[in-house]
Design a protein around this ligand. Structure first.
Ligand code: CA
Length: 502
């Protein structure tokens, strides 16, 4: 009798557990700035570029202070899979190989009985591990008629990359997966990565609209350390007419004809570049948003909606002309911050806004926590599940740590590290081509949200600087980075290549 009772008990509990395991859809884009997501507000919100992504905020939670640990593509993806800062997973910059043999959250999910799929752009060379199904773009991939790589090899497809990635994901969800198991499906868009090539259907979108400029489009980089001036990612000097703006006498398109009929120079040229750049970028993000809508629609139709968590994020933020820039890398807000929105029916209170400090090291532990898998102690991040449930742990972090290593390299952004709290941000630039080998900045985001004036040398902020310097060392200890001497970080990623003289 007792044995029968136990059997019934186990069947009931195990049966319940399997049915209750939530599915996760993780939609991740490449370089999607929060400034172009309506739910984040700001000067571009009225353009209504992202109604479907915005719906995740309406029906779920938007994170207003989600940051990355190293604002550059491939390292951010390594952090996504490992839950670790770059120095722990070995992917410091876009050029390093990624060690696929290391621990990654999807391997742990797979072991626990989840089905795992990765579709789209991962930008980590080598064979993916821990995915039951993977179909990825080789390297950066192409916008039009892209190739995809699977276990079996490479195949070409006709059409627009954002649509095709979504087709493949829906096909996997609908036909290819084992429907007796819970799943984690990662849909990774290539868009809106440079050079911002829109779908044919969006070529005219925003054509007759004047896109509002940021107040600091013509930043003169005064009152800051030298790296804000010595970067090479400005609309004025770096953005290319042909490759980026699709404007050249050899091209047969309206933009080229209009431009060369009345060529512009100086500030007028920067303003014109800004308009074309923003329009192409937002045409690309429009397609991303439409495809988020397709996924949400599929979940509804298939009956999966109720038990499926949908998360949206990007590998980092991006400059939409702020400081005169495009690209990322710097610890300034626009590229340090990244969008993060989560819909979890029945668990997240609709319309929730979270302002706690969250970082991309937290994504992997969060996935594991949601799926009831133990979080390995060596992951740097922590689960945000309590935040999703509307609880705020009393000991939630007060500061975040940041590092950027890819120098000398394209865009010439100097190596730096920093620590930020909700109000203040301390940045330390170091290594060659930084004045005296080390420069500092302190920003007060409350009085200077555009980060136009470093308060590092202002005596009124001396105690803040002292406190954050202490915190910087605490962070290095916490994440097991060397703490001795100004060169300590440089030594962990030495590079022999000299930067090109500009
Ligand atoms: Ca990126």
């Amino acid at each position: 009798m007792r044995n029968i009772m136990w059997t019934i008990f186990f069947v009931l509990t195990l049966g319940l557990t399997a049915a209750d395991k939530p599915n996760i859809i993780w939609i991740f884009s490449d370089d999607h700035s929060y400034q172009t997501i309506g739910a984040y507000g700001g000067r571009l919100a009225h353009l209504n570029n992202s109604p479907n992504i915005d719906s995740l905020a309406k029906e779920g939670m938007i994170f207003n202070r989600c940051y990355v640990g190293n604002s550059i593509c491939a390292p951010a993806r390594a952090t996504l899979l490992t839950g670790k800062h770059s120095h722990k997973n070995g992917k410091f910059d876009n050029r390093d190989p990624f060690n696929h043999d290391q621990q990654q959250f999807q391997k742990l999910l797979q072991k626990s009985g989840y089905q795992t799929a990765m579709i789209g752009k991962i930008h980590l060379h080598g064979k993916m591990q821990g995915f039951d199904y993977w179909e990825v773009l080789p390297g950066q991939g192409k916008y039009y008629d892209p190739d995809f790589v699977t276990e079996e090899g490479k195949t070409s497809y006709k059409g627009y990359v954002t649509d095709i990635i979504t087709d493949k994901a829906i096909d996997w969800l609908d036909k290819k997966r084992d429907k007796n198991k819970p799943f984690m499906c990662m849909i990774h868009q290539k868009a809106p990565h440079r050079n911002w090539q829109p779908a044919q259907r969006h070529m005219e979108l925003y054509e007759d609209i004047e896109i509002p400029e940021p107040a600091n489009l013509f930043d003169d980089y005064s009152n800051r350390a030298t790296p804000s001036a010595t970067q090479d990612m400005s609309l004025e000097k770096t953005m290319r007419m042909k490759q980026d703006l699709k404007t050249d006498p050899s091209l047969d398109n309206k933009r080229s004809k209009d431009f060369y009929a009345n060529p512009l120079t100086g500030k007028a040229l920067v303003k014109w570049k800004y308009q074309q750049y923003l329009k192409d970028f937002m045409r690309c993000t429009k397609a991303v948003d439409e495809n988020v809508g397709r996924v949400l629609e599929y979940l509804k139709e298939s009956g999966l909606e109720k038990n499926t968590i949908v998360m949206y994020s990007s590998d980092q933020g991006f400059y939409m002309g702020e400081h005169g820039w495009f690209d990322k890398r710097m610890m300034y807000e626009e590229s340090y911050r990244t969008p993060f929105l989560v819909k979890w029916p029945g668990t997240i209170k609709p319309g929730s806004v979270n302002t706690d400090l969250v970082q991309n090291i937290d994504f992997a532990p969060t996935f594991l926590d949601i799926c009831g898998v133990e979080i390995p102690a060596d992951m740097d991040g922590v689960s945000v599940v309590p935040l999703l449930k509307g609880e705020k742990p009393a000991d939630w972090r007060k500061h975040l740590y940041y590092t950027y290593y890819e120098y000398p390299a394209v865009h010439s952004v100097r190596r730096h590290e920093g620590v930020s709290g909700k109000r203040y941000k301390l940045i330390r630039y170091y290594g060659p081509d930084v004045e005296n080998g080390e420069e500092w900045e302190l920003f007060d985001l409350k009085t200077d949200p555009g980060e136009m004036n470093s308060q590092y040398s202002n005596p009124e902020y001396a105690s803040v600087v002292a406190e954050l310097k202490k915190e910087l060392i605490n962070m290095r200890k916490k994440y097991q980075l060397p703490t001795e001497g100004p060169d300590a970080l440089y030594k962990i990623v030495p590079r022999k290549k000299k930067p090109k003289k500009k």
